[in-house]
Design a protein around this ligand. Structure first.
Ligand SMILES: [Zn+2]
Ligand SMILES: [Zn+2]
Length: 136
């Protein structure tokens, strides 16, 4: 039994694999994550780039964050599924979008960030760590 985990986009044109456990998993309620996910919040699973293998071609979208760093989003050009993001300041990690994992049963966000812009119907899990803004 290996500790590798796999995921893929909605149309299955792109898949990936990584080994080991993620360094962190968080839910981000900032307005950018709401836009890019089309949902109430974005999930981010931070994994070392050296353990991440991608098969297939992705399209990129680059934006500049509030703190002035470039954030690159990688998504499937066929179905639009967001697969991962990269942060200019942390070149050795990838921020996988864990909704694309084949098995989503084993992880849970460790903290919620940008809680100040969370949608007002969202109820934070009891005892979860929350930050009103970001931490990158
Ligand atoms: Zn796809
Ligand atoms: Zn965010």
């Amino acid at each position: 039994m290996t500790d590798s985990r796999t995921g893929r986009c909605q149309c299955k044109a792109v898949d990936y694999e990584f080994t080991g456990l993620p360094r962190t998993v968080h839910a981000c309620h900032c307005s950018e994550c709401q836009k890019r996910s089309g949902s109430a919040f974005g999930l981010t699973m931070v994994v070392g780039k050296d353990s991440f293998v991608l098969n297939g071609k992705l399209t990129t979208y680059v934006r500049v964050s509030d703190s002035g760093q470039r954030v690159t989003a990688y998504f499937c050009p066929m179905c639009g599924s967001p697969i991962y993001g990269e942060l200019e300041r942390f070149p050795d990690i990838v921020a996988i979008r864990p909704g694309t994992l084949d098995d989503t049963s084993w992880f849970k966000p460790e903290r919620h960030i940008w809680t100040s812009s969370a949608q007002n119907w969202f109820e934070f899990p009891e005892g979860c760590e929350g930050l009103p803004k970001g931490r990158w």
